[in-house]
Design a binder for this molecule. Structure first.
Ligand code: 4GY
Length: 249
């Protein structure tokens, strides 16, 4: 997979791969050539003499707005650098919330083009012209879209075929396994020692009955999800098993 990032702060992606994506699982994905992250400075595509990429907002108010021309030309030029068609993504708090389901969908694309904005945002007309998928990584405001882009990249590349070893399959992750069409939180995990500061590991995990252990883990997942994220229990996963209920309408 090729992932392009369009940014006015390319220093955040200075090394290849960027430091935050060069270690652990994303680091392995990059080292094995399963993903290539290419950052491009939008400023390089500005056609004005000071290489400006932002300007004051029409209607007044604080801050600056990213201009249409540099971003449009950067997208056009970067897309032409590779024959694979890129799924365009703009990272913004106004976007559709990023979920594991969406991460899985994006992991099946041959190429992503991520647009990172700053200041008050990007001129609405270039967003309309590019019609990117608008994605939010959460209901809080960052200084720019770059860290959101890195979060998305991390979540996507660990799902690329061959990145996770057998022993770290994503089927056990929070949100991955589906139980009756619901995505559940993960169960608690324990390692040695068996007792630490007076706290014991649950007996069931030491007994070697793998059927019982699987039952216990599922019960833990259901309980945690019920108390911590009851909203997940009303979300039905897309590919739920066929229902015997009659169709409405
Ligand atoms: N939250 N999810 C986010 C963000 C920064 C102003 C547009 C978010 O995705 N991106 O907070 N981005 C803003 C800053 C311009 C991007």
């Amino acid at each position: 997979m090729r992932i392009d990032v369009l940014t006015t702060f390319p220093e955040m992606f200075a090394s290849t791969p960027p430091a935050a994506l060069g270690v652990s699982i994303p680091g392995r994905a990059a080292a094995s050539g399963r993903v290539e992250v290419v950052a491009t400075d939008v400023r390089d595509y500005s056609d004005n003499k000071h290489n400006k990429t932002d300007d004051r907002p029409f209607g007044g108010g604080p801050g600056m707005v990213m201009m249409c021309q540099p971003l449009w030309d950067a997208v056009t030029a970067v897309e032409a650098m590779d024959t694979r068609v890129a799924r365009r993504v703009y990272l913004t708090p106004q976007g559709t919330p990023l979920t594991q389901r969406l991460v899985e969908e994006l992991s099946r694309e041959p190429r992503l083009l991520l647009i990172a904005g700053h200041y008050e945002g990007v001129d609405e007309r270039v967003i309309q012209a590019l019609s990117p998928l608008e994605i939010s990584i959460g209901d809080y405001v960052l200084s720019g879209g770059e860290l959101a882009a890195m979060v998305l990249i991390d979540a996507v590349v660990r799902l690329l075929p061959g990145v996770l070893g057998d022993h770290e399959s994503n089927q056990q992750d929070s949100f991955s396994a589906q139980v009756a069409g619901h995505r559940l939180l993960d169960c608690p995990h324990y390692t040695r020692p068996r007792e630490w500061q007076g706290r014991a590991v649950p007996d069931v995990l030491l007994g070697g009955d793998h059927g019982l252990i699987a039952k216990w883990r599922l019960a833990q997942r259901l309980e945690r999800t019920t108390y911590r994220r009851p909203d997940l229990l009303t979300d039905q996963v897309e590919a739920s098993p066929p229902s015997s209920e009659p169709k409405l309408g």
